[in-house]
Design a protein around this ligand. Structure first.
Ligand SMILES: *[C@@H]1O[C@H](CO)[C@@H](O)[C@H](O)[C@H]1NC(C)=O
Ligand SMILES: *[C@@H]1O[C@H](CO)[C@@H](O)[C@H](O)[C@H]1NC(C)=O
Ligand SMILES: *[C@@H]1O[C@H](CO)[C@@H](O)[C@H](O)[C@H]1NC(C)=O
Ligand SMILES: *[C@@H]1O[C@H](CO)[C@@H](O)[C@H](O)[C@H]1NC(C)=O
Ligand SMILES: *[C@@H]1O[C@H](CO)[C@@H](O)[C@H](O)[C@H]1NC(C)=O
Length: 605
């Protein structure tokens, strides 16, 4: 028997009854989802504005309800039921979170990492919630997606419809630019992707208009880059933030990804300047090693002399259009003429108006500690430099911004043991790295600062006591989605490293297969190696060395879940309205009459 409850009835009882929201893709086109309560299955509804969220209020339920979600076939019969029972997180809730089918936990506990240095805050955003895995639902003409999958190297951009679903938010945008991303990432059968939201066309994504989905194909634990981001946050270096997402394109599963900021001009505003629109942004240059390395060796006075693949201007700043690297070249010329043993007051020489020296030393300390062998020190690659006008008078000074931190914690590291930082990289074979050699290795004062930096980072955050609880929490949080990811058939040509859930489990602790280090054994080995070399004992405890400052203006702490921003969206969940009600309250998303009746119905089977 099917009982149809009309719109008017539902609206009058919605706040007394519980609204259920499951995120799910039915295995057959005509399939659907329902919620099972005390042996009765209640069918949930979806529509073009919320799919793959299935929603509905069930009359007579209270916040004490125990329930499971059920997948239904085209005839409405249950084909798959969740093997566990859910409860509301909070007895004051009248609506569930958006809960992914067959994932028992939606919001996780993640222990904090202590702050080593004064925190820097990006602007508030809902994009990077730390304690949940959001779902990204992309739709586009099938022929275009087939073409993209088959030809990841062609760098072609596609226009897609985009929907982001986290526990309390459904954010939909149309006509978003989507493409495969990266360079070596394109050689893998699981592609990396990027999204570009055109703010000129009022496309929004929580103040983060440039987003990359990192495929994590070289990291069986899927957490290396995220832990590196956490460490950068701990040492107060402005960095790409990140959160894991599941990606579906045209209802097909593509896998688990780490969504991060793509570093473009908007990153300088939102992350380095905390969203402050008043700052006139300086020069931003992207560095990469492909044929030539971005070694910062001075080679001549004009942009044309430098390999355009190694140094790419991403924001012109005060440079002339005809010579976009002019300011960076002037920095390289200063580095060339810097005499590490004879320059009076070398710290001030750099720190007063050339380089954010402390930030740079923290970045280099992390490259070494985390075995970031495809970054600057070892490979002359994977970083940005930003001439931050707020850090010094008369145009500012250069700030170091690392990127692509997946090949770390022993992933792909060229040797099985890590030597002291003094001999870690052999510059006679790797080529010159003057910003490491002249400052960190050859200048006494800056070298002492570097040692102190290593010591403070290891004493506070880069130690097993601090990183183990966080890494183990991530491991629990990702386990089901990693297993799901490894079970998927890949869409593109290219290498598949064929990692398994055994690698996911084992490499958290130990070396496995082609991995030179396990995440936590790496932390243990490196922290104890450096503590022996610099002759200090790693203190116990998880206290912040420097407490984070209060937030000002639009600032948001990446660790906080409660930050709001001002993008329009559909909202449901605790304290909010149900999806069904929200649909009628947002003029921009008003649903046509065909859906209006459908969404308010709860079908009781
Ligand atoms: C439950 O929700 C209320 C209202 O939103 C909130 O004030 C309270 O902190 C929540 N309790 C828990 C345990 O999350
Ligand atoms: C899609 O966005 C692009 C700019 O990114 C614009 O040129 C185009 O007109 C838009 N198309 C539609 C259908 O809105
Ligand atoms: C963007 O929004 C503004 C303000 O609502 C409007 O004036 C403008 O026409 C919109 N631009 C586009 C391309 O839709
Ligand atoms: C992964 O498995 C496939 C199929 O068995 C195989 O062809 C491929 O060589 C494997 N990849 C690696 C890196 O071993
Ligand atoms: C992996 O690490 C765990 C925990 O440190 C240890 O108990 C175990 O013996 C290790 N296994 C291997 C195969 O090394």
């Amino acid at each position: 028997m099917k009982l149809f409850i009309g719109l008017a009835t539902l609206a009058s009882v919605a706040f007394a009854d519980i609204t259920f929201n499951v995120v799910g893709y039915p295995s057959v086109a005509a399939g659907s989802f329902g919620v099972s309560i005390a042996g009765t299955v209640h069918k949930l509804a979806t529509n073009e504005a919320i799919f793959p969220v299935w929603s509905g209020a069930v009359p007579g339920t209270t916040s004490a309800v125990e329930y499971s979600y059920v997948e239904l076939n085209g005839q409405g019969a249950a084909v798959k039921s969740e093997a566990f029972v859910r409860k509301l997180a909070n007895q004051t809730d009248t609506s569930t979170l958006n809960e992914f089918f067959e994932r028992p936990t939606t919001v996780w506990e993640v222990p904090k990492l202590p702050y080593t240095y004064l925190a820097t805050y990006p602007s508030k955003t809902k994009a990077f919630k730390q304690k949940q895995i959001a779902t990204i639902h992309v739709t586009a003409p099938a022929t275009q997606i087939a073409e993209m999958n088959a030809n990841p190297m062609n760098d072609k951009e596609y226009k897609v419809n985009f929907r982001f679903i986290n526990s309390k938010t459904i954010h939909s945008q149309t006509n978003i630019t989507f493409s495969t991303s990266g360079k070596s990432s394109k050689e893998f059968s699981k592609q990396a992707f990027k999204f570009e939201f055109d703010t000129q066309f009022n496309q929004t994504f929580f103040s983060r208009p440039n987003i990359k989905l990192r495929s994590m194909v070289n990291d069986p634990t899927m957490m290396r880059e995220k832990l590196y981001i956490d460490m950068l946050n701990s040492v107060g270096v402005p960095t790409q933030q990140g959160a894991w997402v599941r990606l579906f394109v045209n209802n097909e599963p593509f896998g688990l990804y780490l969504m991060v900021d793509d570093i473009k001009k908007s990153f300088a505003k939102q992350t380095i300047h905390s969203g402050d629109p008043a700052v006139i942004r300086g020069s931003l240059v992207q560095m990469n090693a492909w044929i030539n390395k971005a070694d910062l060796v001075y080679k001549g006075a004009t942009t044309a002399i430098y390999d355009a693949d190694a140094y790419k201007s991403r924001n012109l700043g005060n440079n002339p259009t005809t010579d976009p690297l002019k300011e960076l070249i002037s920095f390289m010329a200063d580095l060339e003429s810097f005499n590490p043993t004879a320059t009076p007051d070398p710290v001030n020489y750099w720190n007063s108006n050339r380089l954010d020296l402390e930030g740079y030393l923290r970045c280099m300390a992390l490259e070494y500690l985390m075995g970031g062998f495809d970054m600057y020190w070892y490979s002359g690659s994977n970083y940005f430099m930003y001439k931050n006008p707020t850090l010094a008078p008369n145009g500012g000074k250069w700030q170091w911004i690392p990127t692509d931190m997946d090949n770390t914690f022993g992933s792909g590291f060229p040797t099985s043991t890590v030597p002291t930082y003094r001999t870690y990289a052999d510059f006679t074979t790797l080529g010159a790295r003057p910003l490491v050699q002249k400052l960190i290795l050859e200048n006494t004062q800056i070298n002492a600062m570097f040692d102190q930096t290593l010591k403070e980072i290891i004493s506070t955050a880069f130690k097993p006591e601090a990183l183990t609880p966080r890494a183990e929490a991530y491991h629990r949080m990702l386990a089901l989605d990693a297993a799901w990811d490894y079970s998927l058939k890949r869409k593109s040509p290219g290498t598949n490293r064929n990692f398994t859930i055994e690698d996911f489990n084992g490499n958290l602790y130990n070396n496995t297969r082609s991995m030179q280090g396990g995440v936590l054994s790496w932390v243990h080995d490196m922290s104890s190696l450096v503590s022996k070399e610099l002759a200090f004992t790693i203190p116990q405890g998880l206290a912040d060395r420097v407490a984070p400052p209060p937030k000002k203006g639009q600032e948001g702490n990446p660790e906080d879940e409660e930050d709001n921003d001002f993008d329009s969206e559909l909202t449901n969940g605790p304290g909010g309205r149900s999806n069904a009600n929200a649909l009628f309250s947002k003029s921009g998303l008003f649903i046509q009459t065909a859906f209006a009746s459908m969404i308010a119905l709860v079908l009781i089977l």
